[in-house]
Design a protein around this ligand. Structure first.
Ligand code: ARG
Length: 463
């Protein structure tokens, strides 16, 4: 880093910046990642300035060519970033002037770093958001594929983590698909509010040059220029919205991770997680730990923390731009990196999960999971539901005392609880009968799961 640089804003200063203050106020160490979007914004700005006659076409061409050279310098590691030049914007501008001379000084006409940085973050986030959406749909596709395979697999469904009623594993997987579908909607909705262009707001009040904001917006692929210059340089809602959507996604991935961790334990033993997604222990030779879902569960905290950081960052700021806003970048970048990585590894991990059908079935059988089916059977024989509930409760009591499931009792034993019970009761006490009976939209019956898989595939094809 070359620190003996004159500041682009040095004109009104007589004393140099304190060395520690210089480092304290600089953002280049982290905002240099915006370089490509910063350059794209500058190219569009210069092109617009030439269109309205503020720059000549030759000046525009020199600037555009100079920026292309800088991009290459950065991408080949030849660019020297300087903390004294504070941020990505001034580093690139200073280098442009160094390379192409005085004409480079005209680039910043009718612009401020305030509208520049607001534009850069929107361009950056617009791209990253698309990558996140792509990983999200890849994960959703993996879930739908597995749900189709597991449409008829019986497992216990839980409430309070106690065996409740039998469900199909495919149905359970599609529950997560629905969660992620809402997340997908939140991301794509947030994208609309990201894609508006602050350039032209300049420092805060707009500029006295005859700029054409619609044109610049069009060049950069924005839907429209922003409406109000003060709002343009101060608004970070779009970043908060994104991080909020990310926090919800991570919350979902964390819950799903928690299930995978439980299912992979010796106590449940419902799934086997592929070796490539686990690690061993340095002391206990028998261990195979589900590190990937654990780490995703862990990362949920930092992304929720990033959301809190951004909300608190904004809450005290008067209009318009304040230096506080420089603090928006690290939480945002951290969120993007960890969300993308988590979605990616999750999408890869789903096909590496294999279900242990026998263990799932056995767990459903052991937990009196068809007790509600027996109550519903009695209701169909004319017994009021509350009385039926009482009768079945007594039968379960006997099952607990004698360590038997309801389906393992004799007809005579069951008739001891209610004379309405006939031989056909055993049809509803089976696990297959129980899930097949829940045959309505949103129910767990294998036929419903297969229909839901078809709808999910249509949704995936359209999104
Ligand atoms: N590095 C600054 C940021 O990230 C750029 C804008 C600085 N503007 C200013 N007036 N100091 O927010």
């Amino acid at each position: 880093m070359n620190d003996n640089v004159e500041k682009p804003w040095g004109g009104r200063f007589t004393e140099p910046t304190d060395a520690f203050v210089e480092a304290f106020t600089a953002s280049v160490t982290f905002d240099k990642r915006l370089y490509a979007h910063d350059i794209a914004g500058s190219v569009a700005h210069a092109t617009m300035l030439a269109k309205v006659g503020v720059l000549t076409n030759d000046e525009r061409d020199a600037i555009v060519a100079g920026l292309a050279v800088i991009k290459t310098e950065i991408e080949t590691g030849k660019f020297e970033w300087s903390v004294a030049l504070e941020d990505v914007h001034m580093n690139i501008e200073a280098r442009l002037i160094e390379n192409i001379g005085d004409v480079g000084k005209k680039l910043h006409t009718g612009r401020s770093r305030n509208d520049q940085v607001a534009t850069d973050i929107r361009l950056y986030l617009r791209d990253e958001l698309q990558e996140c959406v792509a990983e999200l749909t890849r994960l959703q596709t993996a879930l739908v594929n597995m749900a189709e395979q597991e449409a008829g697999t019986i497992m216990p469904g839980f409430t309070h983590l106690q065996t409740a009623q039998p469900v199909t594993f495919g149905h359970h997987l599609l529950a997560w698909f629905e969660n992620l579908k809402r997340d997908h909607g939140r991301l794509t909705d947030c994208a609309k509010r990201i894609n508006v262009m602050p350039l032209g707001a300049a420092a805060l009040a707009g500029t006295s040059y005859p700029i054409d904001r619609e044109y610049t917006a069009q060049l950069l692929g924005f839907d429209a220029p922003t409406e109000n210059s003060l709002d343009s340089v101060s608004d970070r809602d779009f970043a908060i919205e994104f991080v909020s959507a990310a926090a919800l996604i991570m919350m979902h991935l964390s819950r799903f991770s928690e299930e995978i961790i439980l299912w992979a334990s010796a106590q449940f033993d419902f799934v086997e997680l592929g070796d490539s997604f686990c690690t061993g222990s340095s002391i206990m030779p028998q261990k195979k730990n589900p590190d990937v879902p654990e780490l995703i569960r862990g990362k949920t905290g930092r992304i929720t923390g990033n959301l809190m950081s951004l909300l608190m960052l904004m809450k005290g700021q008067p209009l318009a731009y304040n230096k506080d806003n420089q603090e928006d970048k690290e939480p945002l970048f951290d969120t993007v990196d960890n969300l993308r990585a988590s979605l990616r590894v999750f999408a890869d991990m789903i096909p590496a999960l294999s279900a242990r059908h026998d263990n799932m079935r056995e767990a459903a059988r052991r937990g009196f999971s068809t007790a509600t089916d027996l109550a519903d059977y009695l209701v169909r024989q004319g017994v009021p539901f509350r009385d039926a509930h009482e009768v079945v409760g007594k039968a379960v009591r006997l099952g607990v005392d004698t360590q038997r499931d309801l389906a393992e009792m004799s007809l005579e034993e069951l008739q001891g609880f209610s004379d309405k019970i006939q031989q056909d009761v055993f049809d509803v006490l089976t696990l297959e009968g129980s899930v097949a009976a829940r045959d309505h939209l949103g129910g767990t019956a294998p036929a419903q799961v297969r229909a839901a898989v078809q709808r999910a595939r249509q949704w995936l094809a359209a999104n």
